[in-house]
Write a protein that binds this ligand. Structure first.
Ligand code: ZN
Length: 358
């Protein structure tokens, strides 16, 4: 170890309170391996399920809380739907355990198909006792359709819209639920032998009945980086598919066998021709569109001559803080969504929140 300097705490700021990195549930990974335990959690009168339909979840009209439904109403839905089109399956397929809150309340994600207006779901009201919940389920706090007492108060929407408005618990529930439902939807067959696989471990593994291979949920690591130059300007780029004026930090998927720091340097150079060093990790958040994990970095440029690749990035600019502020305020430049880690990287460099977004 001779020659190593003592550890110095980095001065690179860490990103905190990222919108999609606020999960609070205990995933109970040891216990969810027991199918009887998971079944008992589903049967628990306190259990809450979040339905996921084409990447969307039900929320209150003010986007301030997630609307949960009772597992009993989902069981009833599966039993009464003649086409079997609503719930993917009435056993563990389509029903995935997410975790427990500090009161021991179990949470599930449920994959739905069909149209919201065809779903006869019953809302589980926050703070309801089990008896009240049963009564609500029987007496019809229907989520939607004509006649439901909550009709018009529930909206189906996606994480980009509500990822920043939901409280910590609900934001974490939705990120986990959407990521898991996306994975199951796209990975129904064994990659080794082609047989149809079945979920186990509360939906966190799929097992092949033919060759016994276990398949684990896929997460795709991607780096996203705010690059600064010697004059402390930041480098932002625009993808060809984006409208003129929309800019963000540079990003790209990590390749097999590639360290994160190399991915940062490679992506920045490929897309803009800029050489960077000193990639410093700043924080991460899941980005389940459909299955990414965004790993945020700051990096230092050692060149400034921009040559965009014209494929992924068609325009890139160096911006001082004053230039960025002026461009944002005039509407010339639109920043990424407040839910994104890109926005937090930019604002962390800038030093305060900025207005305006896509
Ligand atoms: Zn197989």
């Amino acid at each position: 170890m001779a020659g190593l300097a003592p550890l110095q705490w980095s001065t690179v700021p860490r990103l905190s309170s990222l919108a999609l990195a606020r999960a609070t549930l205990d995933r109970a990974t040891e216990r969810r391996r027991d199918p009887d335990w998971v079944a008992a959690r589903w049967a628990d009168q306190k259990a809450r399920a979040v339905p996921v339909l084409a990447g969307k979840v039900p929320v209150t009209d003010d986007l301030a809380s997630l609307v949960y439904v009772s597992p009993a109403s989902l069981d009833a839905l599966g039993a009464t739907d003649p086409a079997g089109a609503a719930v993917a399956d009435t056993d563990a397929e389509g029903r995935y355990f997410l975790g427990l809150d500090t009161d021991g309340v179990p949470y599930f994600a449920v994959a739905l198909a069909g149209a919201p207006e065809d779903l006869d779901l019953y809302v589980l009201l926050d703070g309801c006792s089990p008896e009240e919940t049963q009564s609500a389920t029987r007496n019809g706090h229907r989520m939607d359709s004509a006649g439901g007492s909550l009709a018009g108060e529930v909206r189906w929407t996606g994480l980009r819209e509500v990822g920043g408005t939901l409280p910590d618990r609900d934001a974490g529930v939705v990120v986990h639920a959407v990521a898991l439902v996306n994975w199951h939807a796209a990975h129904q067959h064994c990659a080794r032998c082609g047989e149809r696989t079945r979920p186990t471990d509360g939906g966190h593994v799929r097992r092949c009945p033919a060759c016994e291979t276990q398949h684990f949920p896929r997460t795709d690591p991607a780096i996203i980086v705010l690059v600064t130059d010697a004059d402390d300007r930041c480098l932002l780029g625009r993808q060809g598919s984006w409208p003129v004026g929309r800019f963000s930090t540079l990003a790209g998927f990590v390749e097999p066998g590639e360290p994160l720091e190399h991915a940062v340097a490679r992506e920045v150079h490929e897309e803009t021709g800029i050489h960077v060093v000193d990639a410093e990790y700043a924080g991460s958040q899941p980005w389940p569109f459909p299955s990414s994990l965004m790993l945020g970095f700051f990096a230092r440029a050692i060149s400034t001559d921009i040559r965009v690749d014209e494929e992924e990035i068609v325009e890139a600019r160096w911006l001082s803080r004053a230039e960025l502020k002026a461009a944002v305020e005039s509407g010339e430049l639109l920043l990424p969504s407040e839910v994104s880690i890109a926005r937090r990287l930019i604002e962390t460099w800038y030093g305060s929140p900025l207005s305006g977004s896509w």
